[in-house]
Design a binder for this molecule. Sequence first.
Ligand SMILES: Nc1nc2c(ncn2[C@@H]2O[C@H](COP(=O)(O)OP(=O)(O)O)[C@@H](O)[C@H]2O)c(=O)[nH]1
Ligand SMILES: [Mg+2]
Length: 479
Amino acid sequence: MGVGRKLKHWIGDERVDLARSRLHEFAEQSTERHLRLAVTGLSQSGKTIFITSLVHHLLHAHRSGSLPFFEVAASGRVVSSRDLSTASEHPFPLRQALAGLSQDPPQWPESTTGLSEVRLAIRYRRPAGLRRVLGETGTLYLDIIDYPGEWLLDLPLLEMSFEQWCEQQTQLFAGEPRAKVAQGWLAQLGEIDWTAPADPAVLRRLADGFASVLQQLRTGPDGLSLLQPGRAVLPGEYAGSELIELFPLMIDHWPSGEVPAGSYLDLLRSRYDQYCEQIIKPFYSRYFSRFDRQIVLVDCLKTLNRGEACFEDMKAALSAILESFNYGRSGFLRRLFAPRIDKVLFASTKADHVTANQHHNLDRFLELIVEEAQRNIRFDGIETRSLALSSIRSTQAAQAQMDGQVLSCLRGISKENGEEVALFPGEVPTELPGADDWNEERFRFIDFAPRRLPLNDLEAKHHIRLDQVLEYMTGDLFR
Ligand SMILES: Nc1nc2c(ncn2[C@@H]2O[C@H](COP(=O)(O)OP(=O)(O)O)[C@@H](O)[C@H]2O)c(=O)[nH]1
Ligand SMILES: [Mg+2]
């Protein structure tokens, strides 16, 4: 403003004065930019590894050439970057993850269960044309937030009463594999008089039982994802809290008439309301509403391996998750806060599990799964695309001869037994599989042990397309 005032006296022209002072203000504002980039996905989709590798490559972007499609890095405009995560309330375990991945033999990091964040400051030189107006350099403050996709599965509860939720879950648990896994637990529900005065210890036992049913469904052979309440699966900061001792009442005969105060049913119903008010809503208003852009990670290959039940369930879970970005439909999201996310990237992780000629199929396959959600998101004015990537490329291309033909194969170390394997993992379908496509032999995408991620001297071959992710999500801000 000071400069503007002086100019006014000197030039004596109101209009010039105004234009100059605006420019000056703009220049001041634009030396610093902030971006809150959220990363989510169901558990094991690859969030921790993705963030670890992305941040590692970013922190080396000023001197390694590992990000050829990330323009600010490739053109040598990154001056330096700093990790400011210690200032955060929930720091992301970057150092531990890197230590494991860079040791010999390298190890995948432990799985994480809550929300955490990395804070980076990236100092960059502006493109030549903008330097004169905006100054030589600028700083982007980049927060990357990791949170479980499972928590987004709770959003629909906000629009349902406890009774409606119970009815919906009863239908869901009538199907396999849920019915079989929950059988014993469901029988316990039948033994209780739900109108009798509640004993909190009994409710706790049942809630623990339900949480372990959900865990079994998640880790069992079908690897289910559509599990509620999300905090019973991944409690985060609510571990051990009474607030998450909640389960759907799935009984044949719902008690009729007035619900006596202090009864089991009364207590369970008020737990449900508390869960909505004290856990779901605060998550959206405190965290979700402050995200600027979102990356959703999906492990498409796992679901193809595990078969139809896993695949269909993941598809349903994913569309439930994507409701959180569908502001048009979710009117109550708008009532909670003013939406601010302007870009959503869907990424199919672990692309190193397939040969390079299948990456395009993997892009396409993910697109098919999220097609409808993407259409709705675009309608709301949000930019979106899908992409296959690998955070830590752990396989190498190889070739094999079979019946006189040359086949593209992969070589890597098996995660399960640590032995070197060479295999032809199969093709990624370019259409959603129908009931006939699920035969045992079709897909063989095995898990690999990580290839060592060096602490220095990073190269483009250590990942697949992380640079494209960075360019799409942040490229426009390095001006
Ligand atoms: N081959 C390969 N495996 C990966 C990659 N990213 C993740 N994984 C595998 O996926 C598992 C889960 O990843 P993690 O990041 O912990 O998932 P999260 O639960 O979403 O945080 C890891 O233990 C690895 O086995 C990758 O880029 N390549
Ligand atoms: Mg994790």
